[in-house]
Design a binder for this molecule. Structure first.
Ligand code: SAM
Length: 283
């Protein structure tokens, strides 16, 4: 077991937890001590490569923990994630797991997203909310016989992009500024035998949208959303939707106000735990 450690301001603790906690092989612990101005964020990783990857991205230090029976302490494998009645997402690889899931959930699309060092297995409230928004839009567009396209900004594991394609998008473009995330996305595309998604290393803060999409999903941090709202408005079609997530409840008012200033209105706002997600359209 390897432990990555960094000290941060208490106000940033939630953001660190969000950044690190969705990968099931990484357990995040935030510790504060009375009278101390900083809190300690620790990410417990089974693999040294995972701890080093966090250190490369965010600084901090890595230490090795003494050998223990970590397997016995590991949380049980979570259940498949059901998205409406359309899609099921599992973490286990292999034909047997796929066949078992097909038997359990006949008629649904099935995606395999193994736990990796990229955010997005579907368990996090922010991902789950966007998946449901996508499923609802896909069902509506299918009923209307409308062809649709999608952009996934900050794709992490590629889960939203893959869900979009499985649920009917004609073409999907995905990007992340982290090359490891794009590598994991490409691996997940191969694993699920999915064609029709382009995944690229792009920083959305410098991205220049070259076209408009029917669905633009951005499960990304609050400060980046506030920065890129004008681009989101420029990259969505007049009758399309912008799906935003990764916003703490305490930041929601400020975030949605910034979106409105960029010309968006939000017709659905979903709160799950301390996370807020929203669906926007051009005014
Ligand atoms: C909260 S995760 C979301 C992952 C996945 N889309 C999901 O919904 O589960 C945010 C992702 O955005 C990426 N990201 C953060 N800042 C970015 C930026 N400026 N440009 C592109 N990607 C960024 C991170 O690397 C991370 O993979």
């Amino acid at each position: 077991m390897f432990v990555w450690t960094k000290r941060c301001a208490p106000a940033d603790a939630d953001a660190w937890e969000q950044r690190l906690s969705d990968a099931p092989e990484v357990e995040v612990v935030v510790t504060s001590a009375p009278g101390r101005p900083k809190v300690t964020v620790e990410a417990f990783c089974e693999r040294q490569t995972a701890a080093r990857a966090i250190q490369r991205a965010y600084g901090g230090s890595v230490r090795t923990l003494k050998k223990q029976n970590w397997a016995a302490m590991a949380p049980p494998q979570p259940d498949p994630i059901r998205v409406r009645d359309r899609l099921v997402i599992i973490g286990q690889r292999g034909a047997k797991a796929m066949a078992r899931t097909r038997r359990l959930f006949p008629g649904r699309e099935i995606l395999c997203v193994p736990p990796e060092m990229a955010f997005g297995t579907g368990h996090h409230a922010t991902t789950a909310a966007v998946l449901r928004f996508i499923a609802d839009a896909a069902a509506e567009w299918k009923r209307a016989g409308r062809e649709w396209s999608m952009a996934d900004l900050g794709c992490g594991s590629g889960i939203l992009a893959m869900a979009g394609l499985q649920l009917g998008a004609a073409d999907v473009w995905a990007c992340d500024f982290d090359p490891d995330a794009v590598r994991v996305t490409l691996e997940n595309l191969r694993l699920n035998r999915i064609d029709g998604i382009i995944a690229e290393v792009v920083d959305v803060t410098t991205w220049k949208p070259a076209r408009r999409y029917d669905c633009v999903a951005a499960n990304i941090f609050f400060d980046i959303l506030v920065d890129i709202f004008p681009k989101l408005a420029r990259s969505v079609k007049r009758e399309g939707i912008v799906l935003i997530s990764g916003i703490l409840a305490s930041q929601a008012d400020e975030c949605l106000a910034a979106g409105r200033r960029a010309g968006l209105e939000f017709d659905r706002v979903m709160k799950k735990g301390r996370w807020v997600s929203a669906r926007g359209r051009l005014v």
